[in-house]
Design a protein around this ligand. Structure first.
Ligand code: PLP
Length: 385
């Protein structure tokens, strides 16, 4: 099977270089949460540890109800039907298998953003379909049946860029997709980690969902949203996520998953219900990231990088307008490891991705080390507030 090389291996020499710096490495290369899993969720998991029977692949009715309620209260989507909800074993799993679960294969095109989380590409390849990085729909040119994607991935807020797609953009994509019979799947796993503050105004939610009624006009046909509790609830180790949207598509996916044994463990299903019922821990975690982001973004800019986009999510998308590996090397010399934008597609080759997922102590160490930088700022940044 034609899978891409696992790019992280190429960071190892930089990791060694950063580790050799006195005081140790500050690893900002991956987005893995480091703060404790909230007690409430640990308890929910523990209390469900007596689980001799098989759990439901479809998830319990109260889990699916909790997802629908979360969409209504936190995502501005009042019309998710619990019948169109399905828990997944983390969202990476769904991203990697969705083309296969939808029955796509040779000759089918799967589109995804040009600068993107690599698993959209992997998922197309696992299905034997054709991966197609594409930014603007117009870049697809005049469509024929053989050049029309069967599935189009969106990622908002985006990894690695932190770009948020607005209602107008999403509407255009949906209307185009309906015209051409394309399934649209939106990976929204950073949706609650938005750094724009106009939550109470017309702009709530600041990171609109693909399923927002202003986008869909009330029909979820052909639309799916993937969401994950890994980031907002420090649950990456539990593998707690779900997909929601078009009931017919969800049932088709469910059918295959039942046969394939792709089941979320019972204790994790209970932890998902507990997590969705409590927004306090999400706000607390968000406040931690906001403080780290403020400290780090000021230091990164003072050191001479420009931060682009980065309106939401757990990364700073920064550039020195040089090859990303050069920036990675310069930061490794300070003991700071970041990911080269080239990992996320050729269009990212002059950016680096700097994760906010490190302890306060490590972030402060990074800030101090960046304070030793001598280069002048590259001229502010574009949209970071
Ligand atoms: C855009 C995006 N989608 C999906 C995932 C997978 O998250 P998980 O499998 O933990 O739900 C990640 C993880 O970093 C991500 O950045």
């Amino acid at each position: 099977m034609n899978l891409p090389d696992f790019p992280w291996d190429s960071l190892v020499p930089f990791s060694e270089r950063a580790s050799a710096v006195s005081g140790g490495i500050v690893d900002l290369s991956v987005g893995t949460p480091v703060d404790p899993t909230p007690q409430l969720l640990q308890r929910a998991l523990q209390e469900a540890s007596d689980a001799p029977g098989y759990p439901q692949t479809y998830g319990t009715p109260d889990l699916r109800e909790a997802v629908a309620t979360w969409f209504a209260t936190r995502r501005g989507v009042p019309d998710v039907d619990p019948a169109g909800v399905l828990p997944t074993v983390g969202s990476k799993e769904l991203v990697a298998w969705l083309p296969t679960l939808l029955g796509l294969g040779e000759g089918d095109i799967v589109g995804f953003p040009r600068v993107a989380y690599p698993t959209y590409d992997v998922g197309a390849r696992l299905a034997g379909a054709t991966p197609l990085p594409v930014d603007a729909l117009t870049a697809l040119g005049p469509l024929t049946p053989s050049t029309t994607p069967k599935l189009l991935w969106l990622n908002t807020p985006g990894n690695p860029t932190g770009k948020v797609l607005g209602v107008g953009h999403l509407r255009k994509v949906v209307s185009w997709a309906r015209e051409h019979g394309v399934v649209v799947a939106s990976d929204e796993c950073y949706a609650e980690l938005d750094w724009r503050t106009d939550r109470d105004g017309d702009a709530f939610p600041t990171t609109p969902s693909l399923l927002d009624p202003r986008v869909t006009d009330g029909s979820h046909e052909g639309l799916l949203v993937a969401y994950s509790l890994s980031k907002q609830s420090n649950l990456a180790g539990y593998r707690a996520a779900f997909v929601a949207g078009d009931q017919a598509l969800v049932r088709r996916i469910l059918e295959v998953r039942k046969h394939a044994g792709m089941i979320v463990p019972w204790p994790v299903q209970r932890a998902i219900v507990a997590a969705l019922g409590d927004s306090t821990h999400v706000e607390e975690q968000k406040a931690r990231y906001a403080a780290r982001r403020d400290r780090l973004s000021a230091a990164v800019r003072a050191w001479g990088l420009r931060i682009d986009l980065s309106d939401a999510g757990l990364y700073l998308w920064a550039t020195a307008e040089e090859d990303s590996w050069t920036t990675v090397g310069r930061l490794a010399d300070l003991g700071i490891l970041v990911a080269p934008g080239a990992f996320y597609g050729a269009a990212g080759r002059e950016h680096v991705r700097i994760a906010l997922t490190a302890s306060d102590e490590r972030i402060e160490t990074a800030v101090e080390r960046l304070g030793g930088g001598t280069r002048a700022p590259l001229g502010g940044h574009r949209t970071l507030r």
